[in-house]
Design a protein around this ligand. Structure first.
Ligand SMILES: [Zn+2]
Length: 272
């Protein structure tokens, strides 16, 4: 019997098995999503932000403040180009609140976070004086609407991303903006080093997108304007910096990557 699994985005049961190892990855033949059928959430406690983060990035989450904070500023300027609102902002999966701190410093007001880890929520409250509720998004009951909702590398952790997108859409005011980042399979890692991509795929990631897939999917949810950006530009994954004309190749790659949102991760700005 051919194995197939229900797609968490379009709900079609028409998928083909891509990888069967520490997890089972499928590609949906209907919408093209690449998803993990053996998704399992992790314990997002202190270890997640310290040891596990350090293993991946060489420093703890807190030690990485400067880089995360400057990236937050860039994301806030992208949000500001879409909406005149500078209040009523919710960050889902706020971690230690670095994005919210950047928002506060940029003049955003009435800002709020939700975060599953107790350490993260406490840190944000005590260090930055920003309100973060320690809660699970899936059971969280929105009591109000927001002009801006953000979720950086959060959606891929959710078992039912379709439901999560709808819940966020409903919590936005008219013309509200949802800005988020997700892993993408339309990037150099999946294209060139697929075996490695499969083997390193986190157990707690449910779904992977492409720019085309996310645009199409967000329109079905009801979003009207959708802009995608590459989450990172890494020409060295294709070309050695030692080659002649590397600076020319690098700038050409950056232009193509920006034009197509070709990257291992994706930033998305969607307006209701
Ligand atoms: Zn699908």
């Amino acid at each position: 019997m051919i194995k197939t699994e229900l797609c968490p985005l379009c709900t079609a049961r028409n998928s083909s098995l891509l990888y069967d190892g520490h997890i089972s990855l499928y590609r949906c033949k209907n919408c093209n999503a690449v998803f993990n059928a053996s998704h399992r959430p992790l314990d997002y406690g202190e270890t997640y932000f310290n040891e596990e983060y350090r293993n991946q990035y060489g420093k703890s989450y807190i030690e990485d403040f400067t880089a995360i904070y400057s990236l937050a500023k860039k994301r806030l300027s992208r949000i500001a180009s879409l909406t005149r609102h500078t209040s009523g902002l919710l960050d889902i999966g706020a971690a230690y609140g670095f994005f919210l701190k950047a928002a506060l410093d940029e003049g955003f007001r009435d800002i709020f976070g939700i975060e599953i880890s107790e350490e993260g929520a406490k840190y944000c409250k005590h260090t930055f004086g920003i309100q973060v509720q320690e809660t699970n998004f899936e059971t969280y009951d929105f009591s109000r609407k927001f002009n801006i909702i953000t979720a950086w590398y959060f959606i891929e952790h959710i078992y039912d991303p379709r439901k999560a997108f709808s819940k966020i859409f409903d919590a936005l005011t008219d013309e509200g903006v949802f800005a988020f980042s997700v892993p993408s399979f339309f990037g150099p890692q999946f294209l060139l080093h697929r075996d490695e991509w499969f083997q390193n795929h986190p157990i707690d990631h449910r779904v992977n997108f492409s720019p085309r897939l996310i645009r199409r999917f967000l329109r079905t949810i009801g979003f009207s304007k959708i802009i995608t950006h590459p989450g990172g530009i890494h020409p060295q994954r294709f070309f050695s910096p030692a080659i002649a004309q590397y600076s020319f190749v690098r700038s050409l790659y950056a232009r193509v990557s920006t034009l197509l949102s070709f990257s291992d991760t994706l930033e998305v700005y969607a307006q209701k």
